[in-house]
Unconditional design. Structure first.
Length: 179
């Protein structure tokens, strides 16, 4: 069966972090429709590990109106598309102040493929040294802390960690330990 075909596209919104477009499409059966798509650049998510401890950040997430714990993650400013390793090192340094000797790519995640083109890379950071964080203005309420694996899993069970990318990345860490 043929994939959905884009017939035309128009940008309906743009800011420094994303664009929203509306595409006129033709489905495999020939019928026509529209599709709204949020375009965002690739992101990097970094799992900073020091022995049996993992580093998380907590910040207020405006769209859901709640503070949430998650692994450091983000995109490059100005919709730039950076090399994933470079972006991972930058996000880790900015949000936590940590520098890593080793960044191992664990896999890729699609944020919300039913409405967004954004994809992200998950990295495991080890050989960590502490420095000063370099948070962006929007991250001024962010703070960070170390947690054990048992604490992270309890936080997931209790709903303190609900970020889908963080939970999926946690699964990647657990699966990587089986190899």
């Amino acid at each position: 069966m043929a994939p959905i075909e884009r017939m035309s596209s128009r940008e309906v919104y743009r800011n420094s972090w994303m664009t929203v477009r509306e595409d006129a499409i033709r489905r495999p059966d020939g019928s026509h429709g529209i599709y709204g798509v949020i375009d965002k650049p690739s992101y990097a998510l970094v799992i900073a590990r020091d022995g049996d401890r993992f580093h998380l950040v907590e910040q207020f997430r405006y769209p859901i109106g709640l503070r949430r714990w998650e692994f450091p993650q983000g995109t490059a400013p100005g919709l730039a598309d950076l090399d994933p390793h470079e972006l991972a090192a930058q996000e880790l340094r900015e949000e936590t102040g940590l520098r890593a000797e080793s960044l191992i790519r664990l896999g890729q995640l699609d944020v919300a493929p039913g409405m967004s083109s954004q994809r992200g890379w998950v990295f495991l950071a080890t050989g960590l040294t502490q420095g000063e964080h370099e948070r962006e203005h929007e991250e001024q309420d962010m703070h960070s802390a170390w947690f054990t694996a048992a604490q992270i899993e309890q936080m997931i069970r209790e709903g303190a960690i609900t970020d889908a990318q963080t939970i999926a990345a946690w699964a990647m860490v657990l699966l990587s330990e089986r190899d």
